[in-house]
Design a protein around this ligand. Structure first.
Ligand code: COA
Length: 172
């Protein structure tokens, strides 16, 4: 079993878009209306939006490969790219997605360790994320990785207001 993590480059835009849409759909389609899913996917993962995010120097995307096949991806944000104003001493895991057939093989933990490595290398003190309150399996995974709930914020999925738990792991 060969596991490799590679930083995404601009030329990876299309494959990143495909994997982003596939994994978002698989994760959330059963608990959300098709209309709200469509609205969210169009806004969050259109080419222009992803291109802007990839060119932001305070964000990084990584693919994880298992035996040369893309198994998932990670997006981390620092400084002003973070989706909450939490200051420059922290790093946000904005997206961590493992494709359906690759789940529960240790790859999510591998991507989390990549985020930890960046956090420590940058001398940051805290790692944090927002997770949908109804995404029980991701919440269990984050608890396993040592995160605790420290807040809540709301966002819109299409026309529906939903709530994310803010989860934090302190490194000091
Ligand atoms: C959440 C996710 C990233 C976890 O990745 P994964 O590769 O399946 O998880 P791993 O195999 O690396 O598991 C790491 C640890 O978490 C635990 N874990 C993983 N999923 C779990 C679950 N659903 N329930 C309980 N524990 C879980 C594992 O048992 C393992 O524990 P261990 O280290 O003691 O063996 C993955 O399931 C996923 O992509 N889910 C859909 C997308 C998603 O919800 N992303 C988060 C959006 S905020």
């Amino acid at each position: 079993m060969t596991i490799i993590i590679k930083k995404c480059r601009r030329e990876d835009l299309q494959i990143l878009q495909e994997i982003s849409i596939e994994t978002f759909n698989d994760t959330f389609k059963d608990q959300n209306s098709p209309e709200n899913m469509k609205a969210y996917l169009e806004i969050a993962f259109n080419s222009k939006q992803l291109e802007e995010e990839m060119s932001n120097i305070s964000s990084e995307f990584f693919f994880i490969f298992l035996n040369e096949e893309i198994a998932g991806y990670l997006k981390v944000n620092m400084n002003d790219a973070q989706s909450e104003k939490v200051g420059n001493e922290s790093l946000e895991i904005e997206r961590i997605y493992i494709r359906y057939k690759f789940k529960r093989k240790g790859l999510g933990k591998y991507l989390f360790n990549k985020a930890m490595e960046i956090t420590l290398r940058q001398g940051k003190q805290m790692i944090w994320l927002g997770v949908w309150e109804k995404n029980a399996s991701a919440i269990d995974f984050y608890k396993k990785m040592g995160f605790v709930q420290t807040g809540v914020h709301s966002f819109y999925m299409g026309d529906e207001e939903q709530f994310d738990y803010i989860m934090t792991k302190s490194l000091i």
